[in-house]
Design a protein around this ligand. Structure first.
Ligand SMILES: [Cu+2]
Length: 181
């Protein structure tokens, strides 16, 4: 009976020994951008907040991968207390779904990792490369038939014709009345 009891105690100790370190892991509590966020402008900084103290892991703490598979350059990763921050260069950000993968070293030395997605509603603001693309885009417009450009720029606005027609009508009515008088 006593053997049975000590075996039970040992078994319980074994279970808790496995369970306790697993619970001690820090977890990702919140982030900016948040998981599932839809952004109108690319973020300049990424912030991950954990449930416990974390430090930077070996290798990249944060990677952001765009819809076309290109990675945003991530610099200046810092771990302070429960947060990891990093500066991102999203100049080439495309509209669409992005994956943010993170890795951190928990206070007990274990490496924790995870990933989530967020969406960019628009592509990044124009850069020098995009200016050249807009120049090539405007080229076909200049090649458009001259008749369309003339009717738009050289044509008289519609309201002018309406005013002219009204003046003629009013003038005609006045003339008719004068003759009758
Ligand atoms: Cu752990």
């Amino acid at each position: 009976m006593r053997r049975y009891f000590s075996a039970l105690v040992l078994a319980l100790l074994a279970v808790t020994a496995v369970a306790v370190p697993a619970q001690a892991h820090a977890e990702l509590k919140s982030s900016n951008p948040a998981s599932g966020a839809a952004l109108d402008a690319p973020p300049k900084q990424i912030e991950l907040t954990f449930s416990d103290v974390v430090s930077l892991p070996d290798g990249d703490a944060i990677t952001v991968t765009g819809p076309d598979g290109t990675k945003w350059p991530v610099t200046q990763a810092h771990a302070v207390d429960k947060t990891i921050t990093a500066t991102v260069d999203a100049a080439g950000a495309k509209a669409g779904a992005h994956t943010l993968a993170w890795k951190a070293q928990a206070d007990d030395g274990d490496i924790i990792a995870g990933s989530f997605t967020f969406t960019m509603n628009v592509a990044a603001q124009p850069t020098t490369t995009q200016t050249t693309s807009s120049v090539t885009m405007s080229a076909p417009v200049t090649n458009a038939p001259p008749t369309t450009t003339q009717s738009e720029s050289g044509g008289v606005p519609a309201w002018v014709w309406i005013v002219v027609v009204l003046l003629v009508v009013v003038g005609a009515i006045l003339l008719v009345r004068r003759r009758k008088a």
